[in-house]
Write a protein that binds this ligand. Sequence first.
Ligand code: GAR
Length: 195
Amino acid sequence: MRRVKTAILISGRGSNMEALLAAAEAPDYPAEIALVLSNSPEAAGLHHARARGVPAIAIDHRPFGKDREAHERQIDQALKDAGIQLVALAGYMRVLTPYLVTAWQDRMLNIHPSLLPAYPGLHTHARALAAGEAFGGCTVHLVTEGVDQGPMLGQSRVPILPGDTETSLAARVLIAEHELYPACLADYAKRLKVP
Ligand code: GAR
């Protein structure tokens, strides 16, 4: 069966990356994780990926200073060198420039820990709690130039419980993320038209 060559971009812990790697171990999963790439050489997720036998590299953003596009040009080259067809951002905490977004239009997914369009950006759980929301959740969407604004591919709702804190809510939403992302990536990879 056809398996879409996929890269995962991370910045830190990489628990969503691990959920995607675990799902992709099934022989009938329609995406093959061929590369993990981080903007931070210290990202713990890099070690987990290597332990599973997946090539994992860092392209440190710091030497590029304010030239975000130069950093992204290097990322883009690494993706092309690895023959990547689809990119999954999984806790990749850099705002992308139009350069990378355009280069990977309709071929780049992201997961965000809120029920978009509510609470894009940072501190989503704290903001949902402060607003007295009954539900938090997570969204998988295509990446476009507006931060956390691309077309939605899937969403999970997570009830907010009495006494919830930012930490307890984030932990429960994360469990939902680990189910939602592999399912959405599989759906999208099946539908993707690649040369
Ligand atoms: C996840 O909750 C993910 O949704 C969030 O960062 C966390 C990364 O955890 N992403 C964003 O906030 C992107 N705007 P992980 O490294 O364990 O997957």
